[in-house]
Design a binder for this molecule. Structure first.
Ligand SMILES: Nc1ncnc2c1ncn2[C@@H]1O[C@H](COP(=O)(O)OP(=O)(O)O)[C@@H](O)[C@H]1O
Ligand SMILES: [Mg+2]
Length: 354
């Protein structure tokens, strides 16, 4: 594919650590969907799963790593023994995953005595860097050895933050850790990026927090904002990226936009304009079509025109958005069905009487 070739010839992999020491803020969901969306442009993408829960691994249909099929744990422990053949291909073209496994839960303890314990991931990335254009790191929910390894190895950090105070506290601690690592010459991260996740634009307190995040952090915050989405929650239950189960959901659209923005902020020669983002999202949606029809033949992948219209339509088609909309729709369906039954009974009585 053209984009892949051009990118591949121009520079080595750009590595993004998706990190926030708080759990449940959308790190894995974000790393997974940005990796899939980026791969949809034809760029060669590697997702390195650093979490012992291996949710990113299994969401891509790849089994947890084993000694026979080694993954991120083995790469961190083995050092020089790592091979560029370890990443496993997924059902998404151009996307591979370096699988995690439960053993990762003990890796911090295993590495604690090693002098190079904070620099174990860098050589792993160096081994892979020629084979990929983008590498996403799904970090665990802590600021321990694994997360610091990711920060040290990354070119940039993306912090998923729901508009809630606890997540903002977590973000403050992470940014001060990055500053300290930067001062010590350990990292090359200029400015962390922030992605607002689980936004609820019908809840005043959450809207206010989201606005505060934008006012405080300015351009570091991606324009795309991920809504709190039942579609995403369901997709994670199905262990499938939301693009394939609910391609028209707001969450799908915004993860595509976030990925396009990320690419335009970091690749040389790209410029971040709304038109360029639209064009790249259209390209991603084009590549999604065969995958969607294979995975969810009933899902119609629309080519939405105006943005505001699209958002309104998604709510009714995809079942995305707040539960209240969905329950109202279910209530309407139930009333319709009841009316139909009453009319049928009425007609039956009339016929029997006659
Ligand atoms: N935008 C969202 N809306 C609704 N649920 C979400 C959203 N993002 C993630 N989730 C769900 O929240 C849970 C935690 O998300 P996850 O990405 O695993 O967080 P983390 O990796 O930070 O622990 C998962 O069940 C996931 O499906
Ligand atoms: Mg996670």
């Amino acid at each position: 594919m053209l984009a892949q070739k051009q990118v591949g010839e121009c520079f080595m992999a750009i590595t993004v650590a998706v990190s926030n020491q708080k759990g449940g803020v959308g790190k894995t969901t974000t790393a997974l969907h940005l990796a899939v969306a980026t791969a949809l442009t034809g760029r060669r993408v590697l997702l390195i799963d650093l979490d012992s829960q291996a949710n990113a691994t299994t969401a891509l249909g790849v089994p947890e790593a084993t000694v026979e099929a080694p993954g991120s744990y083995h790469a961190l422990i083995n050092g020089d023994g790592i091979s560029p053949r370890w990443p496993q291909a997924t059902a998404i073209p151009h996307l591979s995953v370096l699988a995690s496994s439960l053993e990762m839960a003990g890796v911090e303890l295993e590495l604690s005595g090693e002098t190079d314990r904070l620099h174990r991931l860098r050589p792993v990335i160096a081994t892979m860097a020629d084979s990929f254009d983008w590498i996403f790191l799904d970090c665990p929910p802590s600021l321990g050895i694994l997360s610091v390894n990711a920060l040290v190895a990354a070119d940039t950090v993306l912090i998923p933050v729901p508009p809630e105070q606890f997540a903002l506290d977590g973000m403050a601690r992470l940014t001060s850790t990055i500053e300290r690592l930067n001062d010590a010459g350990q990292t090359r991260i200029e400015k962390p990026m922030i992605l607002i996740t689980m936004a609820q634009n019908w809840a005043p307190a959450k809207m206010k927090r989201a606005l505060e995040i934008r006012q405080t952090h300015g351009e570091a915050v991606l324009v795309a904002e991920i809504p709190h989405s039942n579609a995403l929650d369901e997709a994670s239950g199905d262990r499938t990226p939301v693009f394939l189960t609910r391609p028209n959901a707001d969450a799908s659209e915004n993860y595509l936009r976030a990925a396009a923005e990320l690419i335009m902020r970091h690749e040389p020669g790209q410029s971040l304009t709304p038109e360029n983002v639209e064009a790249m999202v259209a390209e991603m949606r084009q590549q999604m079509k065969p995958l969607v029809s294979r995975n969810a033949p009933d899902a119609v992948l629309s080519d939405p025109p105006a943005r505001h219209k699209r958002h309104r339509r998604h709510r009714s088609r995809s079942g995305d958005g707040p539960k209240i909309y969905r329950s109202r729709r279910r209530l309407q369906q139930a009333i319709g069905a009841s009316l139909l039954i009453i009319i049928s009974l009425f007609i039956t009585v009339l016929v029997v009487d006659a």
